[in-house]
Design a protein around this ligand. Structure first.
Ligand code: HPA
Length: 270
C-alpha cells in the first residue's frame, strides 16, 4: 500500500509544477468551487496509477491543481464512496496520496440529511465532530507507522481554529451557518424515518454517506481538517418526504455559492 501511494504521488508530481498546500474534496453538487480555482493542471482519475474510478452521476472524477484564495490547492472533483463497492482503503487512498503531494490541510464538502429540528433545507453546517456509523474503519489492519500512530487521537477531528475562522467569514458575509455533528453511514439507501430518529438520538445533527473515512485517514497522518455540509433534506419527524439523488444535487447546487465563498475566504485567512 505504501509503495502504491508513493508510486501514485511520484506520477502526479511528474505531471505538475506546483506543490499543493491544501487538499479539497468536493462533494455531491459542489463542484462549482472549481470555477474559482485558477487551474494549472487537470488529471482525470483514469490516468492516475492505482486510483479507483468514480461511478456516481454528478461526480466527474478529476484531480485539479491550481490557485485559490492565494493558496496552491489540489481539488478532488468526485470522491469514492463505500457504497460504490470500494473498500475503505480505496475510498481513502487519494487522501494519503495528497499527503505525499505535500498538503498541510484538508477541506471537505458533502451533502447530508438534517436531523436537527432547528435545521432547514439549504442550510450550511460546519462539521465540528463526527460519528463513524460505517461498519468499518479505514485504519483496520496492520498500522502503517510511516503514516501515523496505531491509535490516533480523534479529540480534535475538525480543527477548532479553522471552524472559528470559517464562522468569522460567514458572519462578515451575512451567511447563516449551522454547526454540528455529522454521522457517516454506508448508504446507498437514504434513511428510514426510524433510522433518522436513531441518528438524532445517538447525537448527530446531520447524516450522510461520506467524509468520515477521509477525515479518519487525514487525522491519522496529522492533517488538520475542515468540513462543511449542505443540508439537502430533512430527517425530522413531520418533515420527512421522499428524497432523490436529483433533489439532493439540486439543493446542493443552490447552496453551493455560499459554501464556495466561505471556503475561498477561509483560504485567505490561513
Ligand atoms: N441521508 C444520507 N445521505 C444524504 C442525505 C440523507 O438524507 N441527504 C444527502 N445525503
Amino acid at each position: 500500500m505504501l509503495e502504491q501511494i508513493k508510486t501514485t504521488a511520484a506520477y502526479i508530481k511528474s505531471k505538475i509544477s506546483i506543490e499543493p498546500e491544501i487538499g479539497i474534496i468536493l462533494g455531491t453538487g459542489l463542484g462549482g468551487l472549481v470555477k474559482e480555482i485558477n487551474i494549472k493542471h487537470t488529471i482525470p482519475y483514469e490516468e492516475i496509477p492505482n486510483f479507483p474510478v468514480s461511478t456516481v452521476e454528478g461526480h466527474t472524477g478529476k484531480l485539479i491543481f491550481g490557485e485559490l484564495g492565494g493558496k496552491n490547492v489540489v481539488a478532488m472533483q468526485g470522491r469514492f464512496h463505500f457504497y460504490e463497492g470500494y473498500d475503505m482503503q480505496q475510498v481513502t487512498f487519494p487522501v494519503r496520496v495528497m499527503k505525499f503531494l505535500g498538503i498541510q490541510k484538508l477541506f471537505v464538502s458533502n451533502a447530508s440529511g438534517g436531523v436537527n429540528p432547528n435545521f432547514e433545507i439549504g442550510d450550511l453546517m460546519i462539521i465540528n465532530d463526527h460519528i463513524n456509523l460505517f461498519p468499518s474503519n479505514p485504519l483496520i489492519g496492520k498500522n502503517m507507522a510511516e503514516l501515523g500512530p496505531r491509535f490516533p487521537d480523534m479529540s480534535d477531528a475538525y480543527n477548532k481554529d479553522l471552524i472559528d475562522k470559517a464562522k468569522q467569514v460567514a458572519s462578515a458575509n451575512n451567511i447563516k451557518v449551522q454547526e454540528g455533528v455529522y454521522a457517516g453511514l454506508t448508504g446507498p439507501t437514504f434513511e428510514t424515518p426510524a433510522e433518522y430518529k436513531y441518528v438524532f438520538n445517538v447525537g448527530a445533527d446531520a447524516v450522510g454517506m461520506s467524509t468520515v473515512p477521509e477525515v479518519i485517514v487525514a487525522r491519522h497522518m496529522g492533517i488538520p481538517c475542515f468540513a462543511m455540509s449542505i443540508i439537502t433534506d430533512l430527517g425530522v419527524p413531520g418533515k420527512i418526504v421522499q428524497v432523490t439523488h436529483e433533489e439532493v444535487q439540486h439543493v446542493a447546487a443552490q447552496a453551493e455559492k455560499k459554501m464556495t465563498l466561505i471556503m475561498k475566504e477561509l483560504m485567505k485567512l490561513i
